[in-house]
Design a protein. Structure first.
Length: 156
């Protein structure tokens, strides 16, 4: 079974960096496949060049089992745009899609524009899990992908 996970959010929030951080495995080798289980393959897709509303191909949304929605904790604009991304997701994605909200660049606390509790509140409003991550230091990256894998397994 192929489970597709897609990274979504404004340009510059760290989607590609997060994927690189995950791929390069600063997590325990094998732990991810152990979480998902034998017979399950989770593919993670980046959305380079599709970072404005209306530009993520509808087929991407339709075929996605999980969506990781990112903002940058140092960018109010990227946070404000999360509502628009969620509107688009709810319009095109499957109703049982696993969604997770991520406040990335958590290492840049001196430039922080969005407090953690603002992220938490928005996530709560949309009933999605929330995590602050750093693609730079790897903070919460493994935890994020493991949580998504567990949720996917649960719903499969
Ligand atoms: P994308 O457009 O969403 O794919 O964003 P990128 O992955 O290309 O990242 C945009 C910029 O932010 C790059 O200069 C990255 O090095 C930087 N960046 C991404 N994630 C982090 C992070 O967690 N912490 C810090 N300090 N910089 C980050
Ligand atoms: Mg990118």
């Amino acid at each position: 079974v192929f489970l597709q996970t897609i990274l979504i959010g404004d340009s510059g929030v760290g989607k590609t960096s997060l994927l690189v951080q995950f791929d390069q495995g600063k997590f325990i080798p094998g732990s991810f496949s152990a979480t998902v289980g034998i017979g399950f393959t989770v593919c993670i897709w980046d959305t380079a060049g599709q970072e404005r509303f209306g530009s993520v191909t509808h087929a991407y949304y339709r075929d996605a089992h999980a969506l990781l929605l990112l903002y940058d904790i140092t960018s109010k604009t990227s946070f404000d745009n999360i509502r628009a991304w969620l509107t688009e997701i709810h319009e095109y994605a499957q109703s049982n899609v696993v969604i997770m909200l991520l406040g990335n660049k958590a290492d840049m606390s001196s430039d922080r524009a969005i407090r953690r509790d603002e992220g938490e509140r928005l996530a709560k409003e949309y009933s999605v899990p929330f995590m602050e991550t750093s693609a730079k230091t790897g903070v919460n990256v493994e935890l994020t992908f493991t949580a998504v894998a567990k949720e996917l397994k649960h719903r499969a």
